[in-house]
Write a protein that binds this ligand. Structure first.
Ligand SMILES: [Zn+2]
Length: 290
């Protein structure tokens, strides 16, 4: 068991590296998303929460018992001193997780979006007079079609599914992690976009061009240089939609653009319902959870 202790650090690349290392030392694989992922792909906007997706599957514990890796992640972080109780108090700052729970109608009004499995409080201020958070998400809820997350470094620098946080292709400066051994990974933008598309379909939001998942895709489309988006890197059944979507660079999806995209999204939806799993050699399988 690692001796790592959280002593009130603010969200930073160093803290993320420590957390990912701590989790990996305990056989828990994770993927960085959110603002810090976007910071690697284009300029970060502001100091923000740390968002980690945990590859939730059953793993064997030290005692030989099976344990879900998400529950293990919570247990390990709790043991390392990351606070998650109601008694946590940052003077003058509100807790975003508590605010979110009070605003339960938000999802009802604005549709589904990422919801953490567990949140820890971090010191450090974020916008709106709140403290920062470390938020854990379940892979099976959002990134089920992304292949199993990797422990340790990647076996190749041009990995189709993941990018190391100190990859030389990522933005130098505030975003990119320092050179040297690195275990922090982000999804490749292509896998991220496919995941958002599947979420759109799963949540039945294919009627709404302004939905949360399509907006996540649009943010990458507008801001990220073209290097991570090679047409052929998308699953063959997604390529038709991507060709209709990729050149759109406005700040919201207008009706003309939506009319171009919906036939392809509907076709993908139909195929996923009828064929169950869309397989293609060399690509992750696309499917909807039952
Ligand atoms: Zn909090």
């Amino acid at each position: 068991m690692s001796e790592y202790k959280y002593v009130g650090q603010e969200a930073s690349k160093e803290l993320i590296s420590d957390i990912v290392q701590l989790l990996e030392d305990n056989q828990v694989a994770s993927l960085l998303i959110g603002t810090f992922m976007r910071g690697l792909l284009y300029q970060p906007v502001e100091p923000n929460p740390i968002d980690l997706v945990i590859d939730n599957k059953l793993i064997t514990g030290d005692d030989g018992c099976m344990e879900n890796s998400l529950d293990r992640a919570v247990r390990i972080l709790h043991g390392a001193g990351f606070p998650d109780g109601l008694e946590y108090n940052t003077p003058g700052l509100k807790c975003p997780a508590v605010m979110e729970r009070r605003n339960a109608t938000r999802e009802f009004l604005f549709g589904p979006r990422f919801k953490p499995y567990h949140s820890f409080h971090l010191q450090g201020e974020t916008q709106g007079g709140m403290h920062q958070e470390l938020r854990l998400y379940s892979k099976s809820d959002y990134f089920w079609a992304v292949p199993d997350f990797k422990l340790g470094p990647l076996d190749r620098s041009d990995h189709p599914d993941f990018i190391l946080a100190n990859d030389s292709r990522c933005l130098e400066g505030p975003g990119r992690f320092p050179e040297g051994p690195c275990r922090v990974k982000i999804p490749s933008p292509v896998r991220y976009i496919e995941a958002m598309l599947l979420l759109m379909i799963r949540h039945g939001e294919t009627e709404d061009s302004q939905n949360f998942w399509r907006t996540e895709i649009l943010i990458l489309q507008i801001n990220v240089n073209p290097w991570p988006f090679k047409d052929e890197d998308f699953h063959p059944r997604v390529q038709y939609w991507w060709k209709a979507a990729k050149d759109f660079k406005e700040h919201f999806i207008d009706h003309a653009q939506w009319r171009k995209e919906t036939p392809h999204i509907s076709e993908l939806h139909r195929a996923l319902q009828q064929e169950g799993t869309l397989k293609a050699p060399g690509f992750p399988d696309l499917y909807l959870p039952s």
